[in-house]
Design a protein around this ligand. Structure first.
Ligand code: ADP
Length: 503
């Protein structure tokens, strides 16, 4: 039986190969050249066949080449030529091309030949160079941004000891030497005690196989020698295999300067906020006083008339009735004046729009942080693709920020180390509304306090004004929802509010 491939000639195969190949005789002459070799070197077959192979070698290498060729003839074996040295081949036009060369001895009719294959290195070189440039740009970018890379294994040990990172963590130069040599880490960051829970929680969440693997945390480092504090921001991503985190890779950055500026701004902001809140409270109180002063004076006058009528021996029921009716009318007037005042105060802010409540929650975290309420680790459970709600964005933001502020202040006041605050967003199917819950791990509230927290000006804080929850509740209601304290609070406090979905 005939095999079709048997009819393929050596020349056909030789010419079909993409790499340039020459067959060299034992006397060092070119006996065959494939199409790729002819096009690489710029010769015709007639011109190249019979040429001594040294004609293809740049002159400065020729003497050496003859020696190497004689050596190869004594011990022919399949191997790359030049073992790592840069090699060049000469074209007919005298141009030098950088190549890698492979040598394979072949025996035909008891005569030794060498098959020479040229691999052009220009492509490899350009890839290498592109890589070098990109590594260099990355290095420069890292340097400019003050970034240091970290690479941890599953046990959060450094995979490659990184001097810069160890120095960041407060290691002395000799410690970094030891660690670099051992290629492992014994120096652990000395984290500020108030921040270690936040960092641990962020690492736990990043390496949780059920999470998205993202790490983003800011914490303080204490230099063991000088006691100096520095703020570090770490951003990274965990890699998982077989349902387990195997690696945590990312960058750290010193953000101390930024934190100092932020703190200054926060202090200024807090000062203005307090002044503003006091101003608002004073103005509100005077507006209320203004609205109800007249009716109160009138009620007081009517009451005196009524008392006077009662003191008479013969009760003048007609004037008593008139006086009491006057009291009722004035009380109603006071009530409606207050309503008008409140609706006036609410006016203007009430443009409603379609909102992605998940995004508003994320924005509220940024706002809370900018107000100095960042010493907690947010745990977000946001229902994917939740329907859009209808509400006033500024007001909804205000509700969430108020709840976060209260949660942080409660934890701070009880001297609880910064911990988790869980924010859950879900569809409450019973009432067909978006339902947001904010849960802290602070001291919670006792029943006596819980009874009053929504009353205006009720506060247990030395610097509190007691309007936060009253305002938050009226904002939730103005937006068509409700706000309440979870009656079942056991650990910390949980507040809920609802918002209607956009039709
Ligand atoms: P303020 O914050 O000015 O005191 P609020 O109306 O926001 O005013 O809060 C009223 C009171 O409710 C607080 O003083 C505090 O006693 C209580 N409170 C609110 N939120 C929490 C919470 N998350 N944990 C414990 N107590 C809270």
């Amino acid at each position: 039986m005939a095999y079709p491939l048997q009819s393929l000639s050596f020349q056909t195969l030789f010419d079909a190969v993409a790499d340039a190949m020459l067959l060299i005789s034992d006397t060092g002459k070119v006996t065959e050249a494939n199409t790729a070799a002819l096009s690489l070197l710029g010769y015709t077959a007639q011109e190249i066949i019979g040429l001594p192979v040294e004609a293809l070698v740049p002159q400065r290498y020729q003497a050496q080449h003859i020696k190497h060729r004689t050596k190869f003839a004594k011990n022919p074996e399949k191997r790359p030529m030049g073992s790592g040295n840069e090699l060049a081949v000469l074209t007919k036009e005298g141009k030098e091309l950088e190549v890698d060369i492979g040598l394979s001895p072949i025996s035909y009719q008891e005569k030794p030949y060498t098959l020479v294959t040229f691999y052009t290195v220009a492509k490899r070189k350009s890839v290498e160079q592109a890589l070098r440039i990109s590594e260099e740009s990355l290095r420069l970018a890292k340097k400019a941004a003050g970034l240091v890379v970290f690479d941890f294994d599953a046990d959060l040990k450094m995979r490659d000891a990184n001097k810069q990172l160890l120095t960041y963590w407060g290691a002395e130069p000799d410690q970094t030497e030891q660690n670099t040599e051992k290629n492992s880490s014994t120096v652990l960051p000395q984290i500020h005690p108030d921040d270690s829970a936040i960092r641990a929680s962020a690492l736990r969440h990043a390496t949780d196989p059920l999470g998205n693997g993202e790490l983003k945390v800011e914490y303080r480092i204490i230099n063991p020698t000088t006691g100096d504090l520095r703020w570090i921001s770490a951003t990274g991503r965990a890699h998982f295999r077989d349902g387990r985190a195997t690696r945590l890779l990312g960058v750290v950055r010193d953000i101390t300067e930024q934190k100092i500026i932020e703190k200054k701004l926060q202090d200024q902001h807090a000062e203005t906020e307090t002044l503003f809140a006091k101003e608002v409270a004073t103005q509100t109180a005077s507006a209320i006083a203004h609205e109800i002063n007249q009716p109160l004076t009138a009620i007081s006058a009517y009451s005196e008339v009524a008392l006077h009528a009662l003191k008479q021996k013969v009760i003048d029921s007609a004037s008593l009735k008139r006086a009491l009716e006057g009291c009722v009318a004035q009380a109603q007037r006071a009530g409606s004046s207050l309503h008008e005042l409140l609706s006036f105060l609410h006016k203007g802010e009430m443009t409603r729009e379609q909102l992605d409540i998940n995004n508003v929650v994320k924005e509220a975290l940024v706002v809370a942080k900018s107000y100095g309420y960042s010493d907690f680790h947010p745990v977000l459970q946001l229902e994917n693709n939740i329907r859009l709600v209808l509400g006033n964005k500024t007001q909804v933001l205000k509700i969430i920020v108020n709840l976060l502020r209260n949660a942080v202040e409660a934890m701070r006041e009880a001297e609880i180390a910064p911990s988790e605050i869980s924010i859950t967003v879900r569809t409450n199917a019973n009432i067909n509304m978006a339902h947001v819950s904010v849960q802290d791990v602070g001291p919670g509230l006792n029943h006596e306090v819980a009874k009053h927290i929504f009353e205006p000006f009720f506060t247990t804080k030395s610097k509190g004004i007691g309007m936060g929850l009253a305002i938050s509740r009226s904002l939730a209601e103005a937006n068509g929802g409700q706000l309440w304290l979870d009656p079942d609070f056991k650990l910390g406090a949980t507040f809920h509010f609802t918002l209607p979905f956009s039709p």
